[in-house]
Design a protein around this ligand. Structure first.
Ligand code: NAD
Ligand code: AKB
Length: 324
């Protein structure tokens, strides 16, 4: 198995392309590998997308394996970034559908990739951990007994991707992303979404009512770091990867009041109040406070560039520029 780089990763397909990550990953991949070589795949229920204007675009339901197989064959794909999934809060609202999409979709991607010899990137999450996991500096290899359907699909997905690697030699790689903070596309129904919503509310109303309670500390990351990580792990030297599915990753860890205080430095008078949503609070309470990402640092030289201060400054700057 060779390290993938600009010369070996030629034709890339991104599922879930119009989501929070995909809407920023697709342009980044197109900038690096050439717009014509990155096929953005949206959901057929919602096919409109600006990604259509800048490169190849298709729409399908990830549960339709034949449609995916035809697309991969027709476009001579060698690498799949598989992002289509339901996030934690949405998954908890319809657990059976979440299993169908998250696991059925992943199995389809892996099977198509196996037959077409594609590499696969599949994101896991801090949601792959549960209440019995050590909460602080959560190790790379540790107890994973999540009590949410999202978490169940994330652990199962990690295992399935590892299985395809060991059994079939498929080049599967993954990251346990923390909550991702971005300003381009709204998040898709997660527990960490408050850390995105708070910025727009701070600018428009100087006030935010948080659906998680004070003291709920979680790992977070600013989107440019996440996009760089997803690209770097796929270009990493395979012989160095002691873990594949999936690497712990973090950039910062904070509770809502800490983020609120940082925003207050830029927006005097900003206030945050708390009205916990029982479902999302329970999910957050089952997740770690902070991950140990030393394995990613050692194996593929992962380093975050954005901490709380830099991320907050950029988020407010970007959203203010959009408004004006
Ligand atoms: P998102 O909800 O913003 O986007 C997911 C996309 O999947 C959506 O565009 C949706 O249309 C598509 N989709 C849903 N069901 C589909 C189906 N049946 N067929 C085809 N497409 C379908 O999610 P995201 O934040 O971009 O997350 C992408 C991946 O990264 C997911 O696996 C998620 O678990 C993981 N992740 C995200 C975060 C985060 O904070 N955003 C953190 C950790 C892991
Ligand atoms: C969610 O909250 O569901 C996601 C995640 C951390 O996986 N943002």
């Amino acid at each position: 198995m060779k390290a993938k780089d600009k010369n070996t990763m030629h034709r890339i397909l991104v599922t879930g392309a119009t989501g929070q990550i995909g809407s920023e990953l697709v342009p980044a991949l197109r900038a690096r590998y050439g717009a014509a070589n990155v096929i953005a795949v949206g959901h057929k229920k919602n096919p409109a997308s600006e990604l259509r204007e800048n490169g190849p675009y298709a729409a399908l339901d990830i549960r339709e394996r034949n449609a995916l197989a035809e697309l991969v064959e027709r476009e001579r794909i060698d690498t799949i970034y598989h992002l289509a999934a339901l996030l934690s809060a949405t998954a908890e609202a319809d657990p059976q559908l979440a299993w169908e999409i998250n696991m059925g979709g992943l199995l389809n991607v892996l099977e198509v990739a196996r037959l077409a010899h594609c590499g696969v990137f599949h994101p896991s999450s801090i949601g792959a951990f549960g209440p019995s996991t050590p909460r602080d500096h959560t190790p790379q290899v540790t107890i994973q007994r999540p009590n949410t359907m999202y978490g169940v699909t994330k652990v199962s997905g990690e295992l399935l991707c590892d299985y395809y690697h060991h059994r079939y030699g498929l080049d599967t790689r993954g990251i346990r992303f923390p909550g991702l903070i971005s300003h381009k596309t709204q998040p898709g129904g997660g527990t960490t979404d408050y850390a995105v919503e708070i910025f727009a509310a701070a600018l428009s109303q100087k006030q935010y009512t948080c659906f998680l309670q004070q003291g709920t500390r979680l790992d977070m990351m600013y989107m440019p770091d996440a996009i760089r990580a997803a690209m770097e792990i796929m270009e990493a030297e395979p012989a160095r990867l002691h873990h594949r599915n999936a690497y712990n990753l973090t950039a910062m860890s904070f509770a809502p009041e800490t983020l609120g205080a940082e925003i207050g430095l830029h927006i005097p008078g900003f206030t945050i109040s708390y009205q916990p949503d029982p479902v999302r609070q329970a999910i957050a309470d089952s997740w770690p406070n902070s991950l140990d990402d030393s394995a990613a640092r050692a194996d593929w030289d992962w380093r975050p560039r954005y901490g709380l201060r830099e991320m907050t400054r950029e988020m407010l700057g970007a959203l203010s520029a959009k408004e004006s």
